[in-house]
Design a binder for this molecule. Structure first.
Ligand code: FES
Ligand SMILES: [Fe+2]
Length: 333
């Protein structure tokens, strides 16, 4: 028997938005997902997308195993129906006209759709979902990649996103070359709602699926973290102006498991098959995951003395400080 995962308490992550599935997957059938150890059911009606705790108050069955009927979701056990706000609107076994007990309700969660993902917030949304133009503008051909399931803390995965010095080793001969491993001394910019670094040159033998440069390219990177588990980067070839943008947002399933959602956008190579970019991202992310899943401790140490932070790790260190200042608990130690 599998026990239910334990709901994790983290006021910052609970009040944040997390992508939980691809919007294209949520059709007429409900979908179950796990966020911060909480099982949730997602369903779509004519009124939009909705999320409830995946638990029928009657006898504890999973609503995600049920079905959608009009504007309500039906529990598969005794057919109780819940509306988008979680109110029970029908108890089939009860005589018609009798009042439904007010306690008959399912816990509702904030749910919305953006960038081709379904997003859920378990608490009170602390802010709007960030709008980042290259991922919202269809002219940039945003391609959804993943979700990739990783047996590691979301914080470890996010820190890998902030890391430059692994490109020449984990992604050698694609996104970096061991003979070009030296990094420049670039300062971090810290603002109240984000940290970023820019003008970082990285030599890349094969930078992307559509690369036709046989001798490689030196790209200029910009990376930004704007939420504990969300960030984006751009990399530009200064000669041609060709830019690739990657957004990464991580759903914390539990303290040491996550789902990684990505969007890849571009301003060139529209004649190329989008699938090539997706496959390239699958390869690159798998290379990252292979290493991340081996890291110990599993939870990201926010005590800066706990691991050896080098000057070249400046952006990762800024990320750890950012998590500590925000007070992120899950996935950290
Ligand atoms: S358990 Fe859901 S209707 Fe009885
Ligand atoms: Fe990587």
């Amino acid at each position: 028997m599998t026990m239910s995962p334990e709901r994790l308490s983290d006021p910052v992550l609970e009040n944040d938005w997390h992508a939980v599935c691809l919007a294209s997957e949520l059709k007429e059938k409900p979908i179950g997902a796990t966020l911060l150890g909480e099982r949730i059911v997602l369903f779509r009606t004519g009124k939009g997308v909705h999320a409830l705790k995946d638990l029928c108050i009657h006898r504890g069955a999973m609503l995600s195993k049920g079905w959608v009927d009009g504007d309500a979701i039906t529990c598969p056990y005794h057919g109780w129906q819940y509306d988008a706000e979680g109110a029970c609107v029908c108890i089939p076994a009860q005589p018609k006209g009798e009042k439904i007990p007010p306690r008959a309700a399912a816990q509702p969660y904030a749910c919305t759709e953006k960038y081709g993902f379904i997003w859920v917030c378990l608490g009170e949304p602390a802010g709007e979902l960030r709008h980042i133009e290259p991922f919202a503008n269809p002219a940039n051909r945003p391609i959804l990649c993943g979700p990739y399931k990783v047996n590691a803390a979301g914080t470890r995965v996010m820190e890998n996103f902030t890391d430059f010095a692994h490109l020449m080793f984990v992604h050698r001969h694609l996104l970096g070359h061991p003979e070009h491993a030296e990094l420049p001394d670039v300062q971090i910019v810290k603002e109240p709602d984000r940290i970023y670094i820019e003008n970082v040159p990285i030599f890349q033998p094969v930078a992307h699926a559509g690369s036709d440069k046989k001798d490689g390219t030196t790209y200029i990177y910009r990376k930004e973290v704007y939420r504990p588990l969300s960030g984006w980067l751009s990399k530009t070839d200064p000669e041609s102006g060709q830019t690739l943008w990657i957004l990464q947002t991580i759903s914390p399933v539990s303290a040491s498991e996550c789902l990684v959602f990505m969007i890849v956008s571009r301003n060139y190579g529209f004649e190329l098959d989008d699938m090539e970019f997706m496959r390239f991202q699958d390869i690159v992310f798998d290379q990252d995951a292979q290493v991340i899943e081996t890291q110990k401790p599993e939870l990201l140490p926010l005590d800066l003395q706990a691991e050896l932070n080098h000057r070249v790790d400046r952006f990762s260190v800024a990320y750890r400080r950012y998590l500590r200042e925000l007070g992120v608990v899950v996935g950290t130690t």
